[in-house]
Design a protein around this ligand. Structure first.
Ligand SMILES: [Zn+2]
Length: 238
């Protein structure tokens, strides 16, 4: 039996699936992964991305922060891929209960997923740091220099920057969904970076599936491990 057939069998048997996705889900839509070999790390900037996307950098060098942010993280024109779309179908059928994602590009929502738990926030929601007024993605990406509210305050993306804590409510929902599901599909993440790795430990269900191009530290405990591109697998599922 091929790997995708094994995954199909697991999905057919499952009633409560949670999908936990990392950067690999988005890279197939053309979004760059910060940590992959051909990701942003290898590009020429004065600082590495984890410095430029830190709260300290945002506070001390907002102009450079927004230059980098607008240059690299604009989701305009990027479309959901076969993996995003398959997850919408599973949710519509009542099998998939939640998508837990580390991605900030809004592609799951754009595809039509409803219960998306955004661990690292989203570029689609932005708030004035002074008055709290909400702004959309392009209010920031199309701004010149530092995006400013009509009140003069800086508009800050609802993206969890390095050094910032994750949202407790979102984390709580993710942990609850994972601890209650019968099947957890972990995809497109090497599970190296904390806290991604932590979430797998809350899984109590029956089928743990890992789909990633390279090995992960949890491969040994998973029922099904697939080292392949996500598109290759999800395009074959019914
Ligand atoms: Zn304001």
């Amino acid at each position: 039996m091929e790997n995708y057939e094994k995954l199909q069998k697991i999905i057919d048997e499952s009633k409560n699936i949670v999908f936990f996705g990392g950067a690999g889900v988005s890279t197939e839509s053309g979004i760059k992964d910060f940590r992959s070999v051909d990701g942003l790390y290898n590009e020429k900037y004065d600082y590495p991305p984890e410095v430029m996307l830190s709260r300290t950098f945002f506070d001390n060098h907002p102009e450079e922060f927004f230059k980098f942010y607008k240059d690299k993280l604009n989701p305009e024109g990027v479309e959901p891929n076969v993996t995003h779309k398959y997850l919408v179908k599973l949710e519509d059928e009542g099998k998939l209960k939640a998508v837990v994602t580390q991605n900030i590009d809004g592609l799951h929502e754009k595809a039509g997923s409803k219960n998306v738990l955004l661990l690292h926030g989203t570029t689609y929601i932005n708030h004035c740091m002074n008055c709290g007024k909400e702004y959309g993605a392009q209010d920031v990406f199309n701004s010149k220099g530092i995006p400013r509210c009509s009140c003069g305050g800086i508009i800050k993306p609802d993206v969890v920057l390095y050094e910032e804590p994750l949202n407790d409510i979102t984390v709580g929902k993710a942990v609850k969904a994972i601890s209650e599901c019968d099947t957890l599909i972990v995809a497109g993440t090497s599970l190296v970076v904390y806290p991604a790795a932590m979430y797998v430990r809350y899984f109590n269900g029956k089928h743990l599936v890992i789909i990633n191009r390279s090995e992960t530290q949890y491969d040994d405990i998973a029922e099904l491990v697939i080292h392949d591109s996500l598109g290759n697998i999800f395009s074959k599922l019914k």
